[in-house]
Ligand binder design. Sequence first.
Ligand code: ZN
Length: 209
Amino acid sequence: MKLSEIYQAYHLIHKFIEESYQAVIQGPLFNEAIFNASRFLISNLGKRQPLGISKVYIYYALSILGFRFEAFKTARVGYDKMQQLKIPTQWQEEIDLANLKCRSKPFSDKEGFQVICNRCMTSNSLINHSGDFCTGCGQTFIRNLIGFDTLPLVEFTPAAHIPLKSVTDALRMDPPEDGSYQGAKPQAKKPYRAHQDGWQENGNPHGEE
Ligand SMILES: [Zn+2]
């Protein structure tokens, strides 16, 4: 991962902690972006320790916001990790208390918060310490660098033996319109609708009998 991406994500977290009034002003969308940014950093940083980046800040944001979004399991990851890190003394009491509060909650993340892989539809947990990829198929998640949520994109490489022109032609082509390969009836029953979508043309097969 590029350093610029790390700093872009860390910028949000730094802002959240140093200028916490921002979170109050900007509301849940902004908080979700910070929560996503902390997950993005934890999954991607590994053992890297770029200059000026505080792991305490990252795990603190993860825990506080994880709790707020009812992602209690993920919040606990943050609290556990913070016990191994050097925390500013003035934070200690607050963190201990928040940690205790989190432990009284179920050890799970709120439903619907999991990351669904766009390639294989595996449901992934919110943090993968080995990297920012799907545990089912290994697809790297592609994130937008503003809200740090995963985009519905799948990167692929065409086979080497296909000429470049055929690849670009195939990419420009529309998906099949008649759906014939799905066993639908061919052109004979030309629908009266001008709609080009095969799925809609065959939408009422029982009515034709
Ligand atoms: Zn996958």
